[in-house]
Design a protein around this ligand. Sequence first.
Ligand SMILES: Nc1ncnc2c1ncn2[C@@H]1O[C@H](COP(=O)(O)OP(=O)(O)OP(=O)(O)O)[C@@H](O)[C@H]1O
Length: 898
Amino acid sequence: MQIRLTVLGPRSGQSCDVLVTAPTGTALSAVAGAIAASAGTGQPARSGAAVALYAGTERLPANAVLGHPPLVDGAVVALQAPLGEPATQPSEHTPRLKVVGGPDAGGVHLLHGGQARVGRSAEADVPLDDPDVSRLHTVVTVDGDRMTVADLGSTNGTALDGLLVGQRPVPLHPGELLRVGASTLELQLPRQVGDDAGSPPPTGRTAVPDGEGHLQVAAVATPSPPSAEVQPAPTPHSGSRAMALARRLTSGRSAQARELQRLAEQARALRVRYPDPAEVLLAALGPGPRLWGRGAEHPDALTVRLGLADEPVPAVPVTVDLRDAGVLGLAGAAPQARAVARALVAQVAASHGPSALELVLLTSGEDLADEWAWLRWLPQCRPAQGQDCRLLLGLDPEQQQRRVAELTARVGGTAPRRPTVVVVDESSGRPVRGELTRLYERGAAAGVFVVQVTAEPERLSPTCGARAVLTGEVAAHLDVTLPDGTVVPEVVADGVSTTWAERFARALAPLREAEGPRPRSALPDSARLLDALDLALATPAKISARWAELPTTGGAATAVLGTAADGRCAVDLAQDGPHLLVGGAPGAGKTELLRSVAASLAAADRPDRLALVLIDGSGDGLWICTDLPHVCTYLGSTDPVRMRELAQALTAELNRREQVLGGRDFAAWQAERLLARSRDGAPAGGADGTGGPARTAGPRRPRPDPAPAAAREEPALPRLVVVVDDFDALVAPALGSPGRQSTGSVVRALDAVARRGARLGVHLVAATGRPERTSGGEVDEQAGLRIALRTDDPASSRLLVHVEDAAGVDESVPGRGYLRRPDGSVTPFQTGRVSGRIPRTATLRPTVVPLDWLRMGDPPTRRPVRELGNGPTDLALLASALQRAAESADALVPSPLV
Ligand SMILES: Nc1ncnc2c1ncn2[C@@H]1O[C@H](COP(=O)(O)OP(=O)(O)OP(=O)(O)O)[C@@H](O)[C@H]1O
């Protein structure tokens, strides 16, 4: 389990982000010391006892469980002192004042009774960073059920639904719009949230903790627009059309008033349909019914609201559909332009879940990076398509080039991908590196939409399908050019502060879309092979008893891979294979899976009935399996002479088997041999008639074959499994690799095994790190069983298992994979680990690592998983028990091929 926390040091202003990795169910006390040390307290990481940690104003108990609320992804913990003052709990009747438009929009202020002063001053109860607002501008008074508003002698005045308000209080009703400076406020009673326009009741959505640091949010049913949306309405971006309509009203004052009334109603419905920043925040905090409600099919997918226009009636939302625009250009002085860009990004992140949207940020300069740092909490910024980074960020030239290359690779591709919104912020004047023109010109066709932010309108790309240019002395208004060429002037822009954005994004950080009937969380993040084999106590007696129960026809070659959602995940090479191909990115867990396959095959049958040949195409990852008594031959990739010898020996073994079997199938031959032996009166415990009850283990040595004459004359013919790691390094050897000259002969021998092995009782289990290089070869073609562990891209996953899911596997879960069987079924599973030193009751040691947001766009460094203790590995324990079981069963160790 991994969660990201922000730790606030005891001195205010000092904070850092940390990544906490711990086994599920770990108590806070296990990492409290390390958390304190990471915040620079000078405290040694191990002394966790005296550390007081707070979530808000609540002190966290030492036994608080990591991964459960409040300790979920994105949480803030304060060291030694509570964070803020205890808040007065809102009752269900507490009204709230929302800032629904303007340069500092998005605020939601609870009105507990008495006076709430609105103004630019820090003393104001509702502070607004709006230059057109006076220090103390307006006062809203709550007296029981009665609410009033009065101007406080402001410079620019206060208006309520278009009518000026003086210093004498006037009644304020829910839904009325209060204009102060460039800001618009609205009073809301709790029961009203979502009431309008038939949207779901304000019950919020269930967010179920998964104990892994996340809250699962159930999917929204069908993306039907609220009923008000289907009325014929002035589209919000048709401000000028609506103006013309109003001008055409000639039939007297009452008709004109009625028409204006109708337009005002429609504007109100549109404000519900395209929510203001305050509603966006409430959707995230709830989580509310509108969160992640727009999928690809939704009529308003990727439609963003830029602000409010006052023609022909006040407060008509002006929106742009990014699918029409392709590139939306936003130009104007910082920080206003960035405040508007933040509001746009927050809207799409609130309305589209991570399965429907990917967000990428490209910008330069640390100041800008700080302004966008809130993005690090958004689930939509996490790479889910195999991108080589922890977050989809391009904050320096190298990261930018990587991100742009990943995005342009999609242009012209056919793979269906979730839509992507790319923010290119060049408002500091520093250009973003990479081939952006291609993206601007052709990105939309591949589902990549861009929001370009610049300081000057001239710097906007000519490909912008829509433009919004900040105007006016304090840059609070936008001149908007829509994709159809319509110009809407004087739009009061929606802007949000970085503080607002941080709060919004942290609320989203732990949320995940609950999956359907096959929840991914049903799979553990790690599994132990010995548990899956039911050999947690791997004693020789237990193994001997297991072997003694086997049928003696040389039948199964069962390899337990690990754990699937419904229990053990296993394959039978004899029935489902004959061969197994494993693929995955570096570090995905291929070598470990091959070790587990070798170990579980060995546990499944006696060494005289099942032999293993191990080949490392590069490195020596399989060497540690040579303690298994079933291993007759090991080959590394550095000795060209031995490689050629083994290639010849493998082919010779195939030929020998052809001869011995005399045209019969391996299983049929074994059955006949057994029959012959039982006619001779030999016991039926083992393939050579040497089975029977387990005896006390003796030294590991070949025993004289006591089989009767008929069987003794037959040559030994165990099932043979050839396990090959880094097969791609044999197919396409690196320049200068020592065994390069002999790899061709080994590959040809393996091809022969792939082609001829099925009938001869010879199987191949091969791992490839580059499926594109090995695809189409004999080994690939003949592999009926196929596994994709985490892949770098969807195409590799498709090559391996015909689905793209393996590209979405999180890097933090090595060994997670998808198994495809010959019948086309695909099963997710977690590889059972066998080379770990993981005692039955213990797991991985919890760690706390500082996170640097500027480096999250870099390729991640791969750290080996730390293990507990330095005792023997599970593999060593199993191998020793197998050796003793083989000796006590008098099972002959197979002879080496070379
Ligand atoms: N099933 C697993 N459970 C837990 N940890 C695992 C598992 N498989 C692999 N790992 C961890 O991931 C690391 C990488 O695994 P492994 O070497 O098997 O990957 P690989 O795909 O063979 O990588 P490469 O192609 O770079 O050799 C290992 O050091 C191990 O710590």
